[in-house]
Design a protein around this ligand. Sequence first.
Ligand code: 4NP
Length: 156
Amino acid sequence: MIKVLFICLGNICRSPMAEAIFRDLVEKDKLSDKLMVDSAGIGHWHSGEPPHAGTRTMLDKLDISYKDMKARQVHTNDWQDFDYIIAMDDQNISDLREINDGTSGVKIAKLMDFVEDPDDVNVPDPYFTGNFDYTYELVSKGCKELLAYIKKVENI
Ligand code: 4NP
């Protein structure tokens, strides 16, 4: 099983959006028995909460499920448990590098690293911008390209 963990700051806006969209792509590709997906936040403030209303509205419009999704904080165990840790912005990456002890072979990257010539190299935080549409555009494109990349390198 290949395991993918999406990371953002609060785990209520961007990374749950990515988790739900990526899982939907994986299901449509009939790869659910090969790829597992989760998300977590750098911060603990929203632990136990469902995705933000803006993310839920977007996922409802797309008819993509976020059932049973609850925010949680990233944990050092995640370095052992996951194969890919995919962050939303540079700040997430530097926060992750601070808490990673470097003992695992997990691949850490930003979602937009998988997109050629992206409109933004970081996924803007709609918790602060209020623009869930633009965040969705980037997350959606990023998830498609990430899945294509994983399928290629993992030969699935
Ligand atoms: P996210 O957005 O990282 O996309 O989930 C945020 C949500 C909450 C906070 C920050 C960012 N917060 O500071 O509470």
